[in-house]
Design a protein around this ligand. Structure first.
Ligand code: IPT
Length: 955
């Protein structure tokens, strides 16, 4: 019969988790049992609907000769078939649970394989494992339908031994992009269908390991570890290093070194059953809620975390081991100690790496129903009993898979799923199954089901109130510790205000830290745009570059936000007292002493190191500090600006960083800056019809515009208040606070007019008087440029007096000008990277050099970037510029207006002019793309200001 009834694909819209799969169990990478990876090239056919094609392709002998090929693991939409879709929380289909659209891209996958030599089919079983398929799969082996499943980022296993043949096996998998499961997977990310994690055939000898649960606790009072491995198949557990040789189910207590994220001590063991030997990596640690705090091994921990989505710019969520390792290494090298696996269990190998290198993990279930917020959470699956089996299935698949990882200290029910009975059922099940960990869910504001009070994006003031316990809440919540499961929204330039959060976290025991949103920009490598984001694939609904909000760029290059975070959370604090000639060193680790670190002092004059040496610091215990004597300053004071820098470095190679890697640092001044003296001498010379000259400079006589300084041509020098608004300036549409990006545009700060009032060559100065103001508004900035010379150099003093009713801060306040040629840049001031008033912790004072191109920070959506803070002097394009006071320095090959107009990096085309901004002030950055705005102390309010620059032609 050619007509197929719709019922053939009913499972797609069935709320049940599926059928045919084995019960969930612990995941382990390799044992002595044979396995066969089915990763690689698979034959592939894409259909527009779930039932456009019948299932005859699953039959052995089917001719798939005309089919395409895709790589597994992979997403077909990233391999030339269809296109990805990005939405934050809107479902890209009508909300009518559990129904999905008829347009349901469906990928039929075929894999042909032979069994390796010696694969015993007689006296053994075989399991077929899928580690992740989005969003719903139906599976046939050699023509037999073995089941179907949902739960994209969770493993599913099938017993297939009875269906296998030594050669010529046909594995057929039909994958539907949309299913009932899609309603539970509304995370803020790309929708990427496909078999995106490994497919493996596991030989299961008779008497092989089934499920097992490693219980390895640590008693911090006695220093003893207790190991018990519960196993569905009886066997023995050996840990040679500890002399342990016990039966499964039997406990052993021995002295051990504990596992912590700072000291990830693992013991190798083996679980041996009659038919299999499974390697174990055992970490002894105890997690508890005690005295209202999350404690591990008896001590409270402070999470310095990130939210990690799985991302690769070409392969999407199909990550290889080296990419996972790169994430872990980068995190460790940036002082990050915790990961929330937002918002689904990661590839299981990632957790092995967390165990090995040491990261605290909040393992989050694959559950989010955020789109229901649009209908006031009506019909939310998590509050509908029909869906509860699916929710429990997801909880069990996560907990059973990941329960043997010491790194996992907290289970999270999911993200942004509202509230409901299904969540309560999940929490109850998890609490019953695993009493050794805590349960988290941010949406449970009263903490009915959870062990931790968790919030996202709460502002500094509220976090401080929570720290003080003045936030009220239910009785239960008031007894609980607090974490910010998301904060510091790292979209574009920013986040700002991290140091201020950290100060608050460190001031109140109840505050146990937070997790930056998020680790990586989910940009997709793209020929048109460099990196594509939402909307670039013609999606009818999308959320633009909201998917690019990570601390690392898609290629994993650290953004300035990561460098800032590393400094803010550094585990050693160095506070200097130059007068006393001492530094106070504080150990801010929770568990480790400082014996793994070497300390080094250096002494800078004018930003240049003149001497350095090692500093003996005791191996302080966590929380301890010591006053350490510095050597005599190598140079007499009065020899210019001098400072100490003290750095803490890895004393030896570690698993994650080389010897000499800088973990923490501090700087403090000895003697302050001395400006080079400048005495105005010759005054302006006015020649008939020609330019006005003043020392080395020439000005247009009518406009007062600067033309040249010596041999250097200068164009368009004038006051500048505009910056290409950052994602944080623009803010998120739903933010109720004032969003300055829009207000600045409303008030025309991006189109200021410069009215010339007077050009006055008089006495020793050329004075140019102007009023700078936007069309349509009555407020403005009365701006006076006063030029003088000492004969060889040129000095500009800018005086700004606000006029009228200024109700918004300024984006920036300074001057900009164009240079016809510039490439290399040198400066003395903050560096090496970008900084803004509230993202400046990592800006170190020193002598730096770079190029105009390298000074650009490649935010995927172009925006203000690249400022260097506290610059004393800079050299660029044949000019040396000295500031009084220090200034913010920016140089780029396009104008601010071009930067502002660009949607992708590829829109930025270098012109002939290098535009230089020398700013007296910059408005802070904040985190308003999803969090609080700029704190008052970092806002740049219009007020009377005066600042100077001395220019010299050094060409
Ligand atoms: C929060 C989400 O949990 C996260 O997935 C991401 O969307 C983030 O915001 C913004 O990038 S939800 C927030 C809108 C309160």
């Amino acid at each position: 019969m050619s007509f197929r009834s719709a019922t053939a694909v009913d499972y797609v819209e069935d709320v049940s988790p599926g059928s045919g799969a084995l019960p969930p169990r612990a995941w382990y990478p390799a044992s002595d049992a044979t396995s066969l990876s089915l990763n690689g090239g698979w034959r592939f056919r894409l259909s527009p609907t779930a039932d456009a094609e019948d299932d005859s392709f699953a039959e052995p002998g089917y001719d798939a000769g005309g089919w395409a090929e895709v790589s597994v693991p992979g997403h077909w939409v990233l391999q030339g078939h269809g296109a990805p879709i990005y939405t934050n929380h809107l479902y890209p289909f009508p909300v009518d649970p559990p129904r999905v659209p008829t347009e349901n891209p469906t990928g039929d996958h075929l894999r042909f394989f032979d069994l390796p030599e010696g694969w015993d089919l007689a006296d053994a079983g075989t399991v077929l494992r899928f580690d992740g398929v989005e969003s719903c799969a139906r599976v046939w082996l050699n023509g037999t339908d073995i089941g179907e499943f949902k739960g994209s980022r969770l493993p599913h296993e099938f017993a297939v031994g009875h269906l296998l043949r030594p050669a010529g096996n046909v594995l057929a998998v039909r994958v539907h992009q949309w299913s009932a499961g899609s309603y539970l997977e509304d995370q803020d990310q790309w929708w990427l269908p496909g078999i995106f994690r490994d497919v493996t055939l596991l030989h299961r000898p008779a008497g092989s390991v089934l499920d097992f649960f490693v219980h390895a606790s640590y008693d911090h009072v006695t220093g003893a570890g207790t190991l018990r491995v519960d196993s569905d198949a009886d066997g023995r557990v050996t840990v040679p290093e500890l002399g342990i040789d016990i039966a499964t189910g039997e406990p052993a207590t021995v002295p051990v070194e504990a596992w912590t994220a700072e000291t990830p001590r693992l013991y190798d063991g083996v679980l041996a059953t009659e038919g299999e030997r499974v390697p174990l990596r055992i970490g002894f640690r105890t997690v508890e809620l005690a005295e209202g705090l999350i404690k591990v091994n008896g001590r409270p921990v402070l999470f310095k975390g990130v939210n990690r989505h799985e991302w690769h710019p070409e392969r999407g969520r199909a990550l290889d081991l080296e990419t996972m390792r790169a994430d872990v290494l980068l995190m460790k090298r940036h002082n990050i100690n915790a990961v929330r696996t937002s918002h689904y269990p990661p590839h299981p190998a990632f957790l092995d790496l967390c165990d090995e290198y040491g990261l605290w993990v909040i393992d989050e279930c694959d559950l989010e129903t955020h789109g229901f917020t649009e209908q006031a959470w009506r019909d939310n699956p998590v509050d509908d009993d029909h869906w509860t089996p699916a929710l429990l299935d997801r909880a069990a698949r996560m907990v059973e898979r990941d329960k043997n990882h010491p790194s996992v200290v907290i289970w999270s029910l999911g993200n942004e799923a509202g509230t409901g009975r299904g969540l309560t059922a999940m929490a109850e099940w998890i609490h019953g199954r695993d009493t050794s960990r805590l349960v988290h869910y941010e949406g449970d504001i009263d903490c009915r089901d959870t062990d931790v009070y968790s919030r996202m994006y709460a502002d500094h003031a509220e976090v401080e109130r929570i720290g003080r316990g003045l936030d009220g809440g239910t009785h239960k919540r008031r007894q609980l510790p607090f974490i910010l499961c998301e904060y510091g929204h790292a979209m574009g330039n920013g986040p700002g205000g991290l140091a201020d959060y950290q100060r608050i976290f460190e001031s109140y025991d109840r505050l146990q830290g937070g997790f930056i949103w998020e680790w990586i920009d989910h940009g997709i490598k793209d020929d048109r745009y460099g990196y594509a984001y939402g909307g670039d694939f013609g999606e009818e609904l999308h959320d633009g570059n909201f998917v690019c909000d990570g601390l690392v760029f898609p290629d994993r290059r650290p953004s300035p936000g990561l460098v800032e975070y590393k400094k803010v959370i550094e585990p050693v604090r160095v506070d200097g007292d130059a007068a006393a000639g001492t530094v106070r060193v504080t150990n801010r680790y929770d568990f480790a002493d400082l014996s793994a670190l070497d300390f080094e002092w250096s002494y800078q004059v004018g930003g240049e190191t003149v001497e350095s040496g090692s500093l003996a610091v005791p191996a302080l215990a966590p929380g301890e500090s010591a006053e350490v004597k510095l050597p005599e300053p190598p140079v007499a004071t009065g020899s210019g600006e001098t400072q100490w820098t003290v750095r803490a470095l890895l004393a030896a190679d570690t698993a994650w960083g080389p010897r000499g890697h800088v973990v923490a640092w501090g700087q403090f001044p000895v003697s302050g800056r001395q400006l080079t003296s400048f005495a105005a001498s010759a005054g302006p010379v006015v020649s008939d019809g020609g330019p006005i000259t003043l020392g080395p400079a020439a000005f247009d006589a009518r406009s007062g515009a600067l033309k040249t300084i010596g041999s250097v041509a200068v164009t368009g020098l004038r006051l500048d208040v505009w910056r290409a608004t950052t994602d944080n300036d623009d803010g998120a549409a739903w933010q109720s606070d004032i969003r300055y990006g829009a207000l600045w545009r409303k008030f025309g700060l991006h189109r200021m007019r410069h009215r010339l009032d007077a050009v006055e060559p008089a006495g020793d100065a050329l004075t140019v008087r102007t009023r700078v103001a936007p069309a349509a508004w009555e407020f403005g900035l009365v701006t006076v440029y006063r030029w003088t010379t000492d004969g060889s150099r040129l000095r500009l003093t800018v005086s700004v007096t606000p006029d009228g009713d200024w109700t918004v801060p300024l984006p920036r306040l300074g001057i900009r000008f164009g240079l016809s040629a510039a490439d290399r840049v040198r400066w003395f001031g903050g560096g090496p990277g970008e900084a803004y008033p509230d993202t400046k912790a990592a800006s170190a004072v020193g002598r730096w050099q770079s190029t105009v191109d390298d000074m650009q920070t490649p935010y995927l959506r172009p925006q203000e970037n690249g400022a260097r803070a506290d610059v004393r002097w800079a050299e660029i394009g044949g000019l040396r510029i000295e500031g009084d006071p220090e200034f913010w320095f920016t140089a780029r090959r396009w104008t601010t207006e071009q930067l502002d107009a660009a949607a992708h990096r590829t829109d930025l085309v270098a012109g002939d002019t290098v535009w230089v901004n020398l700013d007296h002030g910059q408005h802070g950055i904040g985190s308003q793309s999803c969090g609080p705005g700029v704190l008052p102390q970092y806002q740049l309010h219009a007020g009377p200001a005066e600042f100077s620059f001395v220019f010299a032609d050094i060409g």
